[in-house]
Design a protein around this ligand. Structure first.
Ligand code: HEM
Length: 113
């Protein structure tokens, strides 16, 4: 998996997307969750299509008793922004996303170099 590091000079666009999944998701076994994520929703396979253009970081916040289970962070260049929209649209159409109870989609643009 070719992952780019964060903070690239040309990656002036970013998205911060906190995600909370439903109780139904957390009541599944780890194997069932993995099957939905990987085999049935192809989350990782889809995501890999957008590397290395999109750099990503995933923070688990559920254990901290946070409002959200995950804090996801992505950085990409303006040229990649359309591809990034396509990526999130594809993920939101998957079975996995039926378990997303709440997400807040925050986009940022860095104005200084
Ligand atoms: C840039 C392309 C992407 C790749 C390569 C990717 C890959 C992955 C991988 C490998 C995992 C498993 C945990 C880990 O190893 O980090 C994961 C989990 C996750 N990703 Fe992505 N992802 C991408 C894009 C996205 C986007 C755009 C979103 C949000 C809209 C997202 C939201 C999540 C969430 C919430 C999890 C945790 C799922 C769970 O454990 O229930 N990912 N991703």
């Amino acid at each position: 998996m070719v992952q780019q590091h964060l903070g690239r000079a040309d990656a002036t666009r970013a998205a911060l997307i906190p995600v909370r999944k439903s109780d139904a998701w957390w009541e599944l076994t780890q194997d069932e969750r993995r099957a939905i994520l990987e085999e049935r929703s192809h989350h990782i396979a889809i995501g890999l299509e957008y590397l290395p253009a999109v750099a990503r970081r995933l923070h688990h916040s559920r254990d901290l008793g946070d409002e959200f289970d995950f804090l996801t962070w992505f950085e990409y260049s303006p040229e990649t922004s359309q591809a990034f929209e396509e990526l999130v649209a594809r993920l939101r159409r998957t079975e996995e996303w039926l378990f997303v109870e709440r997400e807040v989609d925050i986009r940022l643009t860095r104005s200084t170099v």
